[in-house]
Design a protein around this ligand. Sequence first.
Ligand SMILES: [Zn+2]
Length: 127
Amino acid sequence: MSSEIVLKEFEWYLRDLFFRSNVNNSQKVIDCFNREDIIDTLLKNYLRYRNYDYDKISDLLNTVLANLHSKNVIKFEKDSNNVTLYSVFDRKQCKKCYYINYLSINEKIQCSRCNSAEIQEFPSRKI
Ligand SMILES: [Zn+2]
């Protein structure tokens, strides 16, 4: 069993990974991800998880994906190891606590740390 804090942190990194994959490819929106690729990317590109073993990451991933599925953020593909996002993520910063949130189109615009609804694009647009 993983603690709530560990899962919440993992979810943040997973949303970060999705967000970065969505925007890195300006030609085409990437919204379908293979579970094995997600785990590989976390182990390779995320310092936080570099020393984790594959099975531990896989357990965290399964728990958090089930959670995101229940929030209508992702869909599971039948008969495959793939997950699909309902929408690309918006990156927004809370005006109150400065937390960075990655939000799907199906989620309430609200800070997941302090619940404030006052969040803005990050980085904020220069006028
Ligand atoms: Zn906040």
